[in-house]
Design a protein around this ligand. Structure first.
Ligand SMILES: NC(=O)c1ccc[n+]([C@@H]2O[C@H](COP(=O)([O-])OP(=O)(O)OC[C@H]3O[C@@H](n4cnc5c(N)ncnc54)[C@H](O)[C@@H]3O)[C@@H](O)[C@H]2O)c1
Ligand SMILES: [Zn+2]
Length: 396
């Protein structure tokens, strides 16, 4: 106990201090529910839960494309004697899941009905949006039920499903509600990806480009040299891209010194100040990854026009995004209110505005101010495609 005295006031203070270390495996495998696959049973064995009751909650599009999943999981759990499997629940896939408080309440009700406790496990299977919603429900029911995530999209396997947070939308605002809640484990099963639409396969590559741009020049060069294979979703290139991207995200979370985002800097959100707004403006017609591709191009163009990034580097970045098949001259850019989008981004983080820009592919800098007229010029040039035409690329 210490005492602070100031004029006539005396304050007694006890400083509460403890540390918690988090550690969770992110496994890469295929056919996780095949009886011979040790991934899930290993995770369950290591969980050390007293009751080992497993409550599977699945993205309905995944269930539709993989109708055998429930029977396979049942056989798997029986085979290993891995626990008691509770009746499964399905949630709508896609952004609709994140806009639905009813979905969260329904999961709370099932937690109550099945007497799911803090020693039980929620097994969440789905795309990034479904995982965010299920993860939020799991993190808040009983103040936190253990969560195993099985991401089923490229973007969820290389970014959304492997980190420490979840998010729900509120009144149209992306991720306005949510918690930081590290999972018990993540199992990335590549066999789920076979049923993904080309659009969703492509969207996930945007987060790999993003993390390469801010952290890893070698990875960027690799993506650039393999862009034709990636554009065709060639399996080997896709798997390497997913793993490397996931590793870089995990490393950033573990070594940034700010895993729970207490500060204002958030380099993993490169290109996201506009991406989140574009998703909202398009009423989620644009996928998150598609918006991130546009946002990444926009901030690269702004980096160039503000003298940070060379024309050659900008050209390489734009070439990669276009050759991967992203549409960058998106008409919805015309509705982007830059000041409002920046204000909302700053508000979400708190503190000073902090935007990540580039001095090269793989080299990021943080700035605290954006020149709005200069940014407006970049938005216009991207929207009308003038900065994308070959003759303009070198001088964009
Ligand atoms: N929590 C985080 O740290 C974090 C990080 C990045 C992104 N996100 C969030 O992730 C979301 C985007 O995730 P996403 O790109 O996975 O999109 P998504 O979850 O919206 O999925 C896209 C579509 O694919 C369907 N789907 C999922 N898996 C499938 C499969 N295997 N086969 C066929 N269809 C399948 C879904 O039902 C949906 O219709 C956004 O809401 C974004 O904000 C969260
Ligand atoms: Zn993202």
């Amino acid at each position: 106990m210490s005492t602070i005295k100031e004029d006539s006031h005396t304050v007694h203070q006890v400083v509460q201090e403890f540390q918690v270390t988090y550690s969770y495996p992110v496994l890469f495998t295929t056919h996780a529910f095949h009886e011979a696959n040790p991934a899930l049973t290993g995770v369950l064995r290591n969980a050390g839960c007293a009751s080992q009751r497993i409550f599977p909650v699945i993205d309905d599009n995944v269930a539709r494309h993989h109708p055998d999943w429930w029977r396979s999981l049942g056989r798997y759990v029986d085979h290993w004697g891995a626990g008691e499997l509770l009746p499964p629940h399905s949630v709508p896939g896609g952004e609709a899941a994140k806009a639905s408080p009813e979905l969260i309440e329904h999961i709370y009700q099932l937690v109550a009905d099945h007497r799911i406790d803090r020693q039980s496990i929620v097994l969440a299977i789905g795309g990034g949006a479904a995982l965010d919603a299920i993860g939020f429900a799991a993190a808040t029911a009983h103040r936190g039920i253990r969560l195993i995530r099985m991401p089923t999209t490229v973007l969820a396997q290389n970014d959304a499903g492997i980190g420490v947070k979840n998010g729900m939308n509120f009144n149209g605002r992306k991720n306005f509600v949510g918690t930081f809640a590290p999972p018990l484990a993540v199992i990335n099963d590549s066999s789920f990806l076979d049923s993904l639409s080309p659009r969703d396969k492509r969207a996930g590559i945007a987060e790999a480009v993003k993390v390469a741009l801010i952290r890893d020049r070698e990875f960027f060069n690799e993506l650039l040299s393999q862009r034709q294979d990636l554009a065709r979703f060639e399996a080997g290139s896709m798997l390497r891209m997913i793993r490397r991207c996931a590793e870089l995200h995990l490393r950033q979370i573990a070594t940034s010194g700010d895993p729970f985002e207490m500060g204002s800097a958030r380099p993993l959100d490169y290109g996201h100040w506009s991406a989140h707004k574009l998703e909202e403006l398009s009423r989620h017609r644009l996928r998150h990854g598609e918006a991130v591709a546009i946002g990444s191009a926009l901030d690269a163009l702004y980096s160039h026009r503000s003298g940070l990034l060379s024309a050659v580097e900008l050209h390489r970045i734009i070439t990669l995004l276009l050759d991967l098949g992203f549409k960058l001259d998106e008409p919805i850019l015309g509705d982007l209110d830059i000041r409002q989008a920046l204000a909302e981004f700053r508000e979400h983080l708190g503190g000073e505005l902090c935007i990540t820009l580039l001095t090269g592919a793989g080299r990021a800098v943080e700035v605290n101010e954006i020149d709005v007229p200069l940014m407006q010029g970049c938005v216009n040039a991207l929207r009308d495609g003038s900065c994308l035409r070959p003759q303009d690329k070198a001088t964009a």
